[in-house]
Design a protein around this ligand. Sequence first.
Ligand SMILES: [Zn+2]
Length: 325
Amino acid sequence: MADVRSIALGDNTVHLVQRGGASLLVDTGPDFAGAWETLREALGGDVPEVVVATHGHHDHAGLGRRWQQTGTPVWIGAADRSLTARPLLQSAAEREAMLAWAEGTGAPPETLVHVRERIESRRAAALRAAGSAEYPEDGVRWPTGLRYPPFEADLLVEGDGEVGGVEIVAAPGHTPGNVVLAIPEEGWLFSGDQLLPNVDPLPAIQFVGEGEELRRFPSLAHFAASLERLAEGGFTRCFPGHGEPFDGAGEAITGALSRIERRCERVRGSLRKAGPATVYDLCMRLYPRGTERRFWQTTSSVQGQLDLLASRGEAREADGVWEAR
Ligand SMILES: [Zn+2]
């Protein structure tokens, strides 16, 4: 018999899982002012033997170093190592790759000026979150902004694994090294950001590789493949990384897959009816009002849908122009 205690920390939820005398925590918790104290109090005397971060985003792995300082090891999927080990966008190669991608969308020069500024402000914010003793003030989803002191994970999980009778399932997509946890006998899925009660996470523009050898990671193609794999798991209850645990995990997975399918069909339909287009042109067709105001959200979504279509041979790109096949 397994037991779960779900603890809300601002916008996030972490889960203490106890099984057969072993205990582990799913996600470290985010590092806002007071988060660590709230989490320790909610755990009472229970100290997990291991903390498994589902992925390296700041709100899921932000307290990693704090856990290590108390002697609790922190594990993460191997491909997310760089997300915990150093702040985002600090290398010139990473910033250039991001900018080159934005230029490749076909966005007009005035938009690219904002894109450049946005990359710089994200770089500066990541550096502050990593190094400052103060908490950033821009708290919207959490009581304060989040810090993210870098750390090297104690164990880098390659592929699937197991800890304390709980399965670790590789589910790349949301990030390259994303994992979910599962207790199949109970029908339980600890989904991180892979499956959320009210929202589908946006596919991000992200890169894998080192130094100059960065290549773009097709997030949504991997994310959908991971969901398809989880759809086979017969899960009945989901313990997500945000919000309350909910029943109907299998139906939620099917729903998420069909929404991805619908969005892809819209993109494919537009390429077929209105002809080949750049990523930016497609965004302007599909989201005429949103594209300028929300450049990153719209372009990264459409890029994700194109990646997924391309992985199925249903769309292809040449010189930045996409066409349906
Ligand atoms: Zn995330």
